[in-house]
Design a protein around this ligand. Structure first.
Ligand code: NAD
Length: 271
């Protein structure tokens, strides 16, 4: 018996095309960098055009094939156009990380503003539905076309849910409802497309040190200490700590993984 001592190729994304929604910042940006470093062509899809262009330029400067697509993903027409633009730019779509999201309104449910709720659900849940519809269609076309990048990984969608998609999160009923729904959506799509070469999984991050959390629940030292204390590891994650799980799920290393929800949460939901 002999063991090959080459570097593992199972995370290699050479020849693959990926898009990352919310890729201009935080978790999405970390995932975009990991996919590009693994060899994928990467499209940053975001409504922040300044930061989105900077992100795509940074990937290109590092030697990757990268592009930016400006889209407000709560708008179904813009979501459709964005996915179409990526498929046209790269001629295929193998992987999609859906990370665009906001915290939305906080406070008790009985005081929740109806319009704020609807806007946040459109941003956090509807946008994932609109993106997934077109990502799946593009991935089915890619799988059917075959080609040399066909390595058993098939199409792969990675939805960024949250620990708040698995357990209750105080004072965030809208965010929690949307993130739980993303997990149901993930599992159902996983089952529906399991024999068609498209895998659908989710990551459930704990608190991650990004602009989203720094401007909301962790805006004060007290708030940050409270959030850190929810984790057995007693700290927030860095965005880069989310990227390995996303790359794994996109790669052929996860060719038999679909419908999974991977907690990357410092032990939060293990308690
Ligand atoms: N930071 C955390 O602690 C944490 C924890 C669990 C889950 N998450 C989830 O991770 C994802 C990324 O969050 P982050 O912390 O990196 O936030 P972030 O604010 O750093 O990045 C989010 C990006 O998404 C974009 N975006 C948001 N809504 C959009 C829309 N409707 N259309 C287009 N672009 C849009 C923003 O412009 C931004 O570039 C979100 O879905 C969030 O709910 C974050």
């Amino acid at each position: 018996m002999s063991m090959k001592r080459e570097k593992p190729q199972m995370f290699d994304m050479t020849g693959k095309a990926a898009l990352v929604t919310g890729g201009a910042s935080g978790i999405g940006w970390a995932c975009a960098q990991a996919l590009a470093a693994a060899g994928a062509k990467v499209a940053i899809v975001d409504r922040d055009s300044d930061q989105g262009n900077q992100a795509a330029d940074a990937l290109a400067d590092a030697g990757a094939t990268a592009t930016f697509v400006d889209a407000e993903l709560a708008d179904p027409d813009q979501a459709e156009a964005a996915v179409a633009a990526v498929e046209q730019a790269f001629g295929r779509l193998d992987a999609a990380v859906n990370a665009a999201g906001i915290l939305g309104p906080t406070g008790p449910l009985h005081a929740l503003d109806r319009d704020a709720y609807k806007a946040a659900m459109a941003n956090n849940l509807d946008s994932v539905v609109w993106c997934m519809q077109h990502e799946i269609a593009a991935m089915l076309r890619t799988v059917q076309a075959g080609g040399e990048a066909g390595d058993g990984a098939g199409g792969s969608i990675v939805n960024i849910s949250s620990a708040a998609g698995v357990v209750g999160f105080p004072s965030c009923p809208t965010y929690t409802a949307g993130k739980h729904a993303i997990i149901g959506l993930t599992r159902t799509a996983a089952v529906d497309y399991a024999t068609q070469g498209v895998r659908v999984n989710a990551i459930a991050p704990g608190g991650v040190d990004t602009p989203l959390i720094r401007s909301t629940t962790c805006a004060t030292a007290e708030g940050r200490a409270t959030i850190e204390g929810l984790h057995p590891m007693q700290r927030l994650a860095q965005p880069s700590e989310m990227a390995g799980a996303a790359l794994y799920l996109c790669s052929k290393a996860a060719s038999f993984v679909t419908g999974a929800v991977i907690p990357v949460d410092g032990g939060w939901t293990a308690q």
